[in-house]
Every structure is written in structure tokens, then in C-alpha cells.
Design a protein around this ligand. Structure first.
Ligand code: ATP
Length: 319
């Protein structure tokens, strides 16, 4: 291969820039040309493609977001759209494509690979919900952000003897909520992987107050319930002021923490090495601290991310 393309897709995540930098610097060092594609699959479809040089990624290692831009582009699920995209890649004489994104972006990469254009996926999302890797780029930065927010809410909850319900991102994955809840000393955790009953939650909060607790923090993964409604229900049952806070997009921004920068750099470098070795249709991961790669189709269709039950059980002993 001589020329590779790179794009970022789906929700942005801190460390995506570091991953782009890792790909660009490694590829140029190996004598390849690199083309940046704007705004994910949308820019690919619209042929917004430009050549990158080593200075395109200067001062990027520490920057949040993605300088290439990202987009949700549902039309990419249509074959005709993807064929136009492949046509654009071929017009630019690009031989392979690196896709940085979450599981939705992997679906796009899988389809392109099936249709004859080799892609390599790099997991970039704060949700940590991508198969074939222990961690995704952006997860540890988001974790720091969420824990900082919980610390702040703890100060004010404890001053006012208030109950705080905090909605954390993660789509259908509870990793961010669970880890943030442990690090933030939350009393109650509501995540998609574990069945939850409102009565049990309310009873546990009541018992906590009966034991002399002055406040309570409940961490809830998004899409589990309406947190404002849950707060009102808790307030009515426990007779303590209860407020809900939806952390929202705050969780996606900010300068990546060192771990995410290192992970992104390693994955970027590794993705280029895979392409040089002739691999296509792969996705990159880190498992037990080692770089690994899997068939992207197999990862999407057959690999399920294991839930860390042990961590959840530990959390329950800390309340
Ligand atoms: P995050 O988890 O951070 O939101 P994501 O990559 O999962 O990131 P999605 O919005 O699910 O985000 O997907 C990103 C893009 O990937 C979509 O907007 C679409 O362009 C493409 N995509 C998603 N699913 C498919 C599919 N089944 N076939 C082709 N392309 C897809």
C-alpha cells in the first residue's frame, strides 16, 4: 500500500487527535501518504479529503475532540452511499482506510471491507462499549471528568443533606458509571447490566439515612430511566430533598489524560503496522495491556464485551 485515509466517526472522544497523530506520524515515517477525511463518513461521501503532513498533527496530542471533525451520517447504512464513498477513495488512489470511532462506526468499516475496501478500526468512544478491547480511547478521560463532577456534587449534597442522582453517559454500557461510582464513593449504582428495582433503591436509601448517613449519591447510566422522575420519586418516598444532574456532553470534552494519549498513540501506530503487513478488515484493541487485532466482522457479530461482575460486587461492599 502507498496511500491511506483516516477519519473519525460517531461521538467524539478525547484522544482521537492523539490517535490521528499516531497514524499520521507512523505512516509518514514508513513512506506512506496520508489523507484526512473531514466529518467522518459524510465527508467521505462528499469527497472532502485532503493530504496531511507531519505538521497537520502538530500540537494535537493534548487537544480534546477531533480536528478532522465527526458526524452522524445514517445514510451510510445504504449501499449506494457507500459505493460512492468507495469511488471517492479510489479516485484519490487511497488503498486502505483507518476508522476511529465506536461500534456504529465499526459497522460502516465492516461494510466497506465486505464491499472490497480494506479498513482498520480503532476504538474511540468514551462509552467503553466496543468489542475486542478492554478499553476505548477517551474512556479514562471521561472517567476523570465524571469523578470530578461527582466530587463537586458530593460537596453540595453533603452541605445540604441532599440526595443527588447523577446521569452518566455510556449508551448501553455501565462501565463508565460503575467505575466513576466507585471512585466517587457513590452509594447506589444503576447500570444496564444489572437488574434494578425502584423499591429496592428507595429502601436502601432509607436504610442509609436510618444508619445516620447525611446524604446519598446515586449514579445512573443514561437511557435507564428519566432521572428527574426518579429524583422526584425518591424525594417523595425518603422525604429528603433530591436533585438530578445530567452530566451530558461535558463528559465528552477536555484534554485527554495521559493514559488515553498513550493508548491512542499505541493504537495509531499499531493500525499502520497492520496495514503494512497486509491486514485489512481488522480492529485494534488492548487486552491485558497488549496490543491485539481481531477480524472486524467477528468482533461485531460474535464478541461480547464481558461485564465486570467482580467490580460490581466489590462496589456493593463499599456502600
Ligand atoms: P459512539 O458510540 O461514541 O456514539 P459510534 O461510532 O457508535 O460512536 P454511531 O452514530 O452509532 O456512533 O455511528 C457512527 C456512524 O457510523 C453513523 O452515523 C453511520 O454513518 C455509520 N454507521 C453506523 N451504523 C452503520 C451500519 N449499520 N452500516 C453502515 N454505516 C453505519
Amino acid at each position: 500500500i502507498k496511500k491511506i485515509g483516516i477519519l473519525t466517526s460517531g461521538g467524539d472522544a478525547p484522544g482521537m487527535n492523539a490517535a490521528i497523530r499516531g497514524v499520521v506520524r507512523t505512516a509518514l515515517g514508513e513512506g506512506l501518504e496520508v489523507f484526512g477525511i473531514r466529518d467522518g463518513y459524510q465527508g467521505l461521501y462528499e469527497n472532502r479529503i485532503e493530504r496531511l503532513n507531519r505538521y497537520s498533527v502538530s500540537d494535537m496530542i493534548n487537544r480534546g475532540g477531533t480536528f478532522l471533525g465527526s458526524a452522524r451520517f445514517p445514510q451510510f447504512k445504504e449501499e449506494a452511499t457507500r459505493l460512492t464513498a468507495i469511488g471517492n477513495l479510489r479516485k484519490n488512489e487511497i488503498d486502505a482506510l483507518v476508522v476511529i470511532g465506536g461500534d456504529g462506526s465499526y459497522m460502516g468499516a465492516m461494510r466497506l471491507t465486505e464491499e472490497g475496501f480494506p479498513c482498520v478500526g480503532i476504538p474511540g468512544t468514551i462509552d467503553n462499549d466496543v468489542a475486542g478491547t478492554d478499553y476505548t480511547i477517551g474512556y479514562f478521560t471521561a472517567l476523570s471528568t465524571v469523578v470530578e463532577a461527582i466530587d463537586r456534587l458530593r460537596d453540595t449534597s453533603s452541605s445540604h443533606q441532599r440526595i443527588s442522582v447523577i446521569e452518566v453517559m455510556g449508551r448501553h454500557c455501565g462501565d463508565l458509571t460503575l467505575s466513576a461510582a466507585i471512585a466517587g464513593g457513590c452509594e447506589f449504582i444503576v447500570i444496564p447490566e444489572v437488574e434494578f428495582k425502584r423499591e429496592d433503591l428507595i429502601n436502601e436509601i432509607k436504610q442509609g439515612f436510618a444508619k445516620g448517613k447525611k446524604h446519598a449519591i446515586v449514579a445512573v447510566t443514561e437511557h435507564m430511566c428519566d432521572v428527574n422522575e426518579l429524583a422526584a420519586e425518591i424525594e417523595a418516598a425518603v422525604k429528603h430533598e433530591t436533585r438530578a444532574t445530567i452530566l451530558g456532553h461535558i463528559q465528552r470534552g477536555g484534554s485527554p489524560v495521559p493514559y488515553d494519549r498513550i493508548l491512542a498513540s499505541r493504537m495509531g501506530e499499531y493500525a499502520v503496522q497492520l496495514l503494512l503487513q497486509g491486514f485489512g478488515g481488522r480492529c485494534v484493541g488492548i487486552q491485558n495491556e497488549k496490543m491485539v487485532h481481531h477480524d472486524i466482522i467477528d468482533a461485531i457479530e460474535n464478541m461480547k464485551r464481558p461485564f465486570n461482575q467482580e467490580l460490581f460486587d466489590t462496589a456493593k461492599h463499599l456502600f
